[in-house]
Design a protein around this ligand. Structure first.
Ligand SMILES: Cc1ncc(COP(=O)(O)O)c(C=O)c1O
Length: 412
């Protein structure tokens, strides 16, 4: 049923060749360039099948057995299944699987716990805080009074002394731990201790590491945080969407913060796809995958450092690496442009205590393709050569195509 089966592609091609060509072009782009964006992955065909299913037709405002629409008997079962699987996977008492995205999950967490004007302590944006952690361009920065903690200038690691100091001084209503660019494990026990000391809620925004948590390759925030927010589309390898985990005492507040406070009808096709992804993530094969993602990231980080890039914190515990390309003579934006021209796709990010932009990359997608540590070494060497301006883009592209050709994301 997914758009990448020949049958569905044919139906679409006949009815709307313009859109069909765009879908196929994107599939070709994803298959023939190197996907090193830390927040992306390749879902299974089963996840795509659920996304492209008739559940997309169903309106289902509310929660199972308490819907505002008729005909929800089947989608109720799909949502209950997704909730059950999420709770089992992460050891949570309650899961809300309706959040449309990671940002929606964070918005709902704030809505469940805070009032406008409350003080919140979170990692500052220059150090890897997400937009929803207090950006003035985002609802969070407008409605709440954010105080930002940072990272140590020498090590790049979260400055725990500063976190404790700011918490004591500002007495926040909530403390947020989680980042878009922090490559190391977060010490959830430490954040819990500080939150308890100042009487704050602890919100773990585990959008990035949640897939590693599922595979047993990163610490689980669930035993420590009042609310865990996550995305389902990064290492977790599910559909684009969000999820919230919490204890029984906050379950109703969280559910009401999602619907009716911040969202309308649930996207049942996405919820079914989340159920599929949770099922996949509970398998031994996924645990092997999650550990390989980290092994690949460590290897890639090591070889990038050998090639002369400055790797933040000296390496990684996760799927994610941030690095400064300045030692190779170029700023992050120029490096990203050269890499894009060669078919190597990654992001720029702020560098803690750096002037310019760095590179942010991850190994979730290439590991799904089956690449291992030898390929990581090859990618690091190619990446550094392209950033330095040699070889010619065409030569680099050919090498990228050789690699991606050997590891197709969707072998036909
Ligand atoms: C830490 C963190 N929080 C929230 C989000 C937002 O997720 P979404 O883009 O699904 O809204 C992200 C996305 O990368 C993230 O890394």
């Amino acid at each position: 049923m997914s758009v990448i089966t020949l049958h569905e592609a044919d139906v679409l091609r006949q009815q709307d060749p313009e859109v069909a060509e765009l879908l196929l072009a994107e599939l070709r782009r994803q298959s023939t360039s190197l996907q090193l964006i830390a927040a992306e992955n390749f879902t299974s065909r089963a996840v795509l099948a659920a996304l492209g299913s008739p559940l997309a037709n169903k309106y289902a405002e509310g929660y199972p057995a308490a819907r505002h629409h008729g005909g929800c008997e089947i989608v109720d079962m799909a949502e209950r299944l997704a909730v059950r699987r999420a709770c089992a996977l992460f050891g949570a008492r309650h899961a809300n699987v309706q959040a449309h995205s990671g940002s929606s999950a964070v918005l709902a967490a704030y809505a469940a716990l805070l009032r406008p004007g409350d003080t919140v302590l979170a990692l500052g944006l220059p150090y890897g805080g997400h937009l929803t952690h207090g950006s003035p361009a985002n609802f969070s920065g407008r409605w709440f009074d954010f105080v930002g903690y940072g990272v140590d200038a020498e090590t790049g690691l979260i400055d725990h002394d500063q976190v404790r100091h700011l918490a004591r001084n500002h007495r926040p209503k909530a403390i947020v731990c989680g980042s878009i660019a922090y490559p190391r494990h977060i010490d959830y026990a430490f954040f819990r201790e500080v939150a308890d000391e100042v009487g704050a809620y602890l919100i773990a925004d585990a959008a990035h590491p949640i897939g590693l948590v599922a595979g047993g390759a990163a610490p689980n925030p669930v035993p420590y945080a009042d609310i865990v927010c996550a995305t389902t589309h990064k290492v977790l390898r599910g559909p684009r969407g969000g999820m919230i985990l919490c204890g029984a005492e906050l379950a109703e507040r969280v559910d009401r913060a999602v619907f009716p406070f911040t969202q309308g009808g649930a996207q049942m096709h996405t919820i079914a796809a989340k159920a599929v992804a949770f099922g996949e993530a509970a398998t031994p094969a996924f645990a092997t995958y999650a550990h390989q993602v980290v092994a690949n990231a460590r290897t890639l980080a090591g070889h990038l450092a050998e090639e002369g890039l400055t790797v933040t914190t000296g390496g990684t515990d996760t799927h994610l690496i941030t690095a400064d390309a300045a030692p190779l003579g170029v700023d992050g934006r120029t490096a990203r442009g050269r890499l894009a021209a060669a078919g190597i796709v990654l992001d720029c990010c702020a560098l803690p205590h750096g002037d310019g932009r760095g590179l942010r990359l991850g190994t979730a997608a290439v590991t799904t393709q089956g690449m291992g540590e030898p390929e990581m070494e090859r990618i690091a060497k190619l990446l550094a050569a392209v950033v330095r301006g040699h070889p010619e883009p065409a030569g680099a592209r050919a090498e990228v195509q050789e690699l991606t050709g050997a590891f197709p994301p969707y072998p036909s």
